[in-house]
Design a protein around this ligand. Structure first.
Ligand code: ADP
Ligand code: ZN
Length: 518
């Protein structure tokens, strides 16, 4: 058996060797068992169901959430001589009938199908009359509300086990922390499945987090140091993608935008140019990257904080698939967290809201970590590395703690003096003794705190105030003016009864180029 597996691996896919875990998974499915596969992006999940689908009698039914990915996969399989097709809402009536005819004639090795199509009554009834090799549920985390990409149409897949008790089900995902993992297995009724969990670590990726201050300048500095490298810059909104991309292009960089608001033809063109190194930098929303098979992406920048660690991991994981040194840079701005929290507050389902908030907070925890970033990241996915990684900003350049007791008192008392009615911009202007017309008009140049912070620049005071907010000494309104107020905790600090220190803010986007890694 092992012999014929290897022969098929070579003959159909052209590979000499299996990647870690692939062979065991293939053998497990071939033996007719259910499997749960957790493997990082780029690990080679597709092969785990494609090979058994070819070797077992009958058609392998693959559930996938994205229509565009189905087409890519099917094209690639057909190019290898595999009889593959897809069945989803993008097909015309005639095309759909042709696929069904192939299916009934036993002329398909593999059929990719959208979950809502699969679970329609007719379709299940059809399948029940045919020999089936397996069911593969790709992106299985979509079934769980704990996952970062819950899709209601995945829910019904839970009934598959009941309808087809004898057909092996293989569920695959790249990003499932322990909660989601448990949830997937329960919802798909895979209690008896063998789990294959391969490591999450991507040692060649260097993680760096800097405080977002002048993000366009910070980004320019970063990409300037890497003129020949391909990279992706992720932003949270289409508007921001357009703006950042324009700025990069205006500054002479080879950059192109990518988001769901652009015409298909343009997106395809951008993707193509990126694949063939005709454009260096893609500025994109998270819509970009699924199914992109470009191994020499050297860096991924997050211009805005991602909503959760799963997304961050998946997006940064697109860098350095060739195993050579690569970088992941996160620009971390406290204002962005407020925006993200505001969006989550609009979520109507209270369970979703709670989960999303928890996930965002964990993401913030990663960004604020004072210890090895990789430990935090891997810890989230349930791995406990023995040692610090030596290839993240914290390991390479441990945080320096600075005493901010006095400066915190200055800032807090200034917030108090302006009547707890202003945001950080105004408080900083008063601290620094600005002669803005507004300050004079309000009479704030007569305050005792006017100009007591003139020895420090605006960014420094920004960091102090953010730190005070983050540590709960100041509260900040979520509204337009972000008014600062003292909390009860502020008083002991203000009275000088308690010292305060913080890590020196990191704003430099790091040394020009990552070295080391594997
Ligand atoms: P995933 O779905 O886990 O992100 P893919 O199945 O898309 O990963 O595989 C990622 C890349 O690895 C693809 O380019 C694929 O052709 C390649 N690959 C998979 N298995 C092997 C193997 N055994 N040997 C060499 N390359 C492989
Ligand atoms: Zn580290």
């Amino acid at each position: 058996m092992t012999q014929s597996i290897r022969q098929t691996l070579k003959r159909v896919f052209g590979y000499d060797e299996f990647r870690p875990a692939q062979q065991e998974i293939v053998e497990c499915v071939l033996a007719g068992n259910d499997c749960f596969v957790l493997m990082p992006t780029g690990g080679g999940k597709s092969l785990c169901y494609q090979l058994p689908a070819l070797l077992r009698p009958g058609v392998g039914v693959v559930v996938s959430p994205l229509i565009s990915l189905m087409k890519d996969q099917v094209d690639a399989l057909q190019a290898c001589g595999v009889q593959a097709a897809y069945y989803n809402s993008s097909l015309s009536g005639a095309e759909a009938r042709r696929v069904l005819a192939q299916l009934h004639d036993g002329r398909l090795d593999m059929l990719y199908v959208a979950p809502e199509r699969l679970m329609g009554d007719d379709f299940l009834a059809r399948l029940a009359t045919l020999p089936l090799a397996l069911f593969a549920i790709d992106e299985a985390h979509c079934i769980s509300q704990w996952g970062h990409d819950f899709r209601p149409e995945y829910r019904q897949l839970g009934e598959l086990r009941h309808h087809f008790p004898a057909i092996p089900i293989i569920a695959l995902t790249a990003t499932a922390e322990p909660h989601t993992r448990k949830d997937i297995i329960e919802r798909l009724h895979l209690g008896g499945a063998r789990s294959f969990i391969t490591g999450y670590d991507r040692p060649n990726i260097r993680y760096t987090v800097v405080e977002k201050q002048k993000p366009l300048v910070q980004l320019r500095e970063f990409v300037q140091g890497r003129p020949d490298d391909a990279g992706i810059v992720y932003c949270l909104s289409r508007k921001r993608v357009d703006k950042v991309c324009e700025q990069l292009v205006a500054a002479g960089f080879s950059a192109a935008p990518y988001h769901a608001g652009l015409p298909d033809s343009l997106r395809r063109d951008v993707q193509e140019r990126f694949l063939f190194d005709k454009v260096r930098i893609i500025v994109a929303t998270v819509a970009f990257g699924m199914g992109i098979d470009k191994s020499n992406i050297r860096y991924v920048v997050h211009y805005d904080i991602p909503k959760n660690i799963e997304g961050f991991y998946q997006e940064t994981g697109r860098a350095g698939r060739d195993g050579l040194p690569a970088e992941a840079l996160l620009l971390f701005g406290y204002g962005d967290i407020q925006v993200a929290r505001g969006l989550i507050d609009k979520t109507t389902n209270p369970d979703h809201r709670r989960i999303e908030l928890h996930k965002l907070n964990t993401m913030v925890g990663f960004a604020e970590a004072l210890g090895c970033r990789r430990r935090v990241l891997l810890g989230y996915f349930g791995e406990q590395p023995q040692e610090d990684c030596g290839n993240c900003d914290i390991c390479l350049n441990p945080p320096e703690m600075i005493d901010i007791t006095e400066d915190s008192r200055k800032a807090l008392s200034c917030v108090f003096r302006v009547g707890q009615r202003f945001g950080a911009g105004h408080v900083i202007a008063v601290l620094r003794g600005s002669s803005q017309e507004r300050i004079v008009r309000l009479g704030h140049h007569h305050l005792s705190t006017y100009g007591i912070g003139a020895d420090r620049d605006q960014d420094y005071w920004g960091s102090i105030i953010r730190h005070l907010v983050q540590r709960g000494y100041l509260s900040q309104d979520v509204g337009d003016y972000s008014v600062l107020r003292l909390t009860d905790a502020a008083w002991p600090l203000l009275r000088g009864e308690r010292p305060l220190s913080m890590a020196r803010p990191r704003t430099r986007t790091g040394p020009p180029k990552a070295k080391g890694g594997t």
